[in-house]
Design a protein around this ligand. Structure first.
Ligand SMILES: Cc1ncc(COP(=O)(O)O)c(C=O)c1O
Ligand SMILES: N[C@@H](CCCC[NH3+])C(=O)O
Length: 431
């Protein structure tokens, strides 16, 4: 991926116009540095597809990808909605400046206190996931003498081509109502009878890090077919068709995918076509990109430390972070690339396994990583770490979680400070 990198006159990697070596010096490492213009560009690309198609739409940022206050602020300023999956995300979204009406609440086991918080905050909609939730929400709404907008999450039976841990559209997914067994229809029938719940529409999410539009198109067609069936059988007319997120990004040069805009265009075209076939009213199309907005925008900077070489056996190059700031390689065998921030285009002279400093053999960041010769103190840059990096970070081994900075137009600002040893003890009860 080094061909697309931005470098300054000194030949150093720049992020949002800021020299990566300066970022490492100023904020320390590991540091996750976002090029804010890349997030804005992705937002603009998604918007463009909907605006050009002339359809009613909502882009709801799946904030589990990166849920810092600064990100919610950016998303709110861009006029997007956001999806939250916990009381903690809802709290942060509101603190970050999201308007409650633009928030949707997801989750397969929303806790009573979380549902109450959602209702009290008068958020835009609750995405209903299971029968127990319907019962609980109904009781809550009765008690509070109020109503809520809801969307029904269904699992349409589409298997996304991605890692099985992040595939969610198939019937045996833990999320949403199964269509094949009739549960989705039964749930919808009960919701539309309920005067306390305003059913805006239906939702599906087939998985994450999907490279091709095909799965989305199939899901869109299936969902519109369901809308027809449910209009005919239940008299239900959806205002909203929410097709979830899952748009893949480029982690390495081997990742071949279609452009953001094209994902959206194909989905919109599929919905329009199928709606016309069935003579339905075109609902608003909602999508929930998380990774696609935040992922490629960030690069993590690490400092090179020790190494271990056993000829013919292993060449480990260790950095000052690892699975605590990026669990994805350990969890999903996710592939990344890395290069030296000082000279991204230097000729590679070795192949190493980049490992972290955690007490786990699985603490690997990049396997078979070609690099120039390195020395302790060099700054290693690992791109495409903006989604599910910081949000899945831990302070395992009591290594503090990293700092996060936003860079734009040659300026940087700290948006999440590095955790301190004290922070890590903040919840301890010592008496
Ligand atoms: C319901 C829902 N919407 C949106 C997303 C965002 O996915 P991604 O970050 O891959 O776009 C997820 C996560 O997979 C999800 O579960
Ligand atoms: N956390 C996952 C994606 C899960 C998406 C949420 N349903 C990742 O890092 O790829």
């Amino acid at each position: 991926m080094t061909e697309a990198l931005e470098v300054n006159q000194a030949g150093h990697l720049t992020i949002g116009g800021v020299d990566a070596l300066k970022l490492a010096e100023e904020y320390g490492t590991p540091v996750i540095a976002y090029d804010v213009s890349k997030i804005k560009q992705q937002i603009a690309d998604f918007k463009k597809a909907f605006i050009e198609a002339g359809v009613d739409y909502k882009i709801s940022y799946a904030s589990k990808a990166f849920s810092a206050l600064a990100m919610y602020r950016l998303v709110a300023d861009a006029g997007l909605g956001c999806d939250v999956v916990s009381g903690g995300e809802l709290y942060a979204a509101l603190k970050g400046g999201m308007s409650p009406a633009d928030i949707e609440f997801h989750g397969n086991n929303k806790l009573p206190a979380e549902l109450e918080m959602a209702v009290d905050s008068q958020i835009g909609c609750i995405v209903i996931d299971n029968f127990q939730e319907i019962k609980f929400l109904d009781k809550l709404l009765r008690r509070k003498h109020t109503t809520a907008n809801v969307v029904l999450r269904v699992t349409p039976g589409i298997e996304a081509e991605t890692h099985k841990y992040i595939s969610t559209g198939q019937s045996n997914s833990k999320f949403g109502f199964d269509v094949q067994s009739g549960q989705a229809k039964e749930a919808l029938a009960s919701l539309i009878k309920n005067p306390r719940m305003n059913v805006e529409g239906i939702h599906c999410h087939i998985g994450s890090q999907i490279f091709q539009a095909r799965g989305f198109v199939m899901a869109a067609q299936k969902m519109v077919d369901l809308l027809k069936e449910w209009r005919d059988e239940l008299g239900f007319e959806a205002q909203v068709l929410n097709l979830g997120g899952g748009f893949g990004i480029r982690y390495t040069k081997d990742d071949q995918m279609i452009a953001t805009e094209d994902f959206a265009k194909d989905i919109i075209a599929a919905v329009k076509e199928r709606v016309a076939v069935h003579g339905l009213k075109l609902p608003a199309i909602w999508i929930e990109p998380g990774r696609a907005l935040a992922g490629e925008a960030a690069t993590t900077l690490y400092t090179v430390g020790s190494r271990k070489d056993v000829d013919g056996v292993c060449h480990f190059l260790a950095v000052d972070g690892g699975m605590g700031d990026n669990i994805r390689p350990a969890l999903y065998q996710a592939k990344y690339e890395a290069f030296l921030a000082e000279k991204p285009h230097a000729i590679n002279e070795q192949i190493v396994t980049v490992v972290g400093k955690y007490c786990e053999s699985g603490d690997v960041l990049v396997r078979d990583c070609p690099l120039p010769n390195t020395k302790p103190g060099d700054i290693l840059a690992m791109p495409a770490t903006g989604a599910y990096g910081y949000t899945m970070a831990s302070n395992y081994n009591r290594n503090p979680r990293p700092a996060v900075v936003f860079c734009e137009d040659g300026h940087s600002k700290l948006v999440v400070r590095r955790e301190t040893f004290e922070d890590m003890l903040a919840c301890e009860v010592t008496e």
